[in-house]
Design a protein around this ligand. Sequence first.
Ligand SMILES: Nc1ncnc2c1ncn2[C@@H]1O[C@H](COP(=O)(O)OP(=O)(O)OP(=O)(O)O)[C@@H](O)[C@H]1O
Ligand SMILES: [Mg+2]
Length: 295
Amino acid sequence: MAQLTDEERERIQQEMAEGAQQQEGPQMFETSDLAEIHRVIGVVSGKGGVGKSMVSGMLAVELARAGHSVGILDADVTGPSIPKMFGLSNTLLSALDDNIVPATTAGGIKVVSTNLMLRHEDDPVVWRGPVIAGAIQQFWGQTAWGNLDYLICDMPPGTSDVALTIFQSIPVEGLVVVTSPQDLVQVVVGKALNMAAMMEVPVLGLVENMSYATCPDCGRRIEVFGPSHIEETAAHFHLPVLGRLPIDPALAAAADSGRIEQDLPQGMLPDAVSLAESLPDMLAERMREAVEGEG
Ligand SMILES: Nc1ncnc2c1ncn2[C@@H]1O[C@H](COP(=O)(O)OP(=O)(O)OP(=O)(O)O)[C@@H](O)[C@H]1O
Ligand SMILES: [Mg+2]
């Protein structure tokens, strides 16, 4: 094998340094001209299967019921579960002038997900990191979202590469951290919070899912997984508890049958909704900054 000449070595080192420089710091993707997104809320957890997608769906439904225009970006590119919850399993995304057009649920929530690009819902998504990052970029930047008061970002489990891509490229205003009582709650929440801190994304609060069951006969709350530690955990991290959700077969059935919008009981996450409503309007702020910059 021929050795590199000094010149070649220098050129390669230069290119690597330039590449590394390009990767330093957040590089926000631009949105499409056909999108005006006012607030972005991410739903995360320190581990998988605790109900992020359920909470993302609920939050979207409750914000839509309160009269807001809402979209869901299913950022769990390789394990998407939003379309099924909303009965969009047989829907495919369409396109307009190089833009993805989101699917729309019965109640008017706009959804973009890799599942809406697959011919069969159970086709596996076996994409490598750069392709996944490309998908996120398209879902954010090349999608005709229209005017959205809220975009809910249902995140993949854990602190993966995809999560980093999202935080580096989408201006997430705040995170809702979902936990369940069987966790080593403080450790798992701590993991999610550390990532949020590293990415400089504010955390809005904690939601404990599957927190208790309600006895169908006497209405008493049963703490199936033992006593909840959510209040201590929230106090430890100086965060509010935004809700404690019951484990309820009716919720699982609503999600499985694609009827979350129709069958979700009223007022499951009132504190999360009011906090979302008090978030600053990112677009208005940016426009104000632009005007001030000009003046
Ligand atoms: N409060 C609840 N009561 C009953 N079933 C629930 C509840 N929350 C979630 N589930 C069910 O538990 C399963 C896991 O929930 P979900 O898909 O929302 O978790 P997730 O954190 O998004 O998982 P992943 O990490 O794989 O993305 C789903 O089948 C969902 O319908
Ligand atoms: Mg999920």
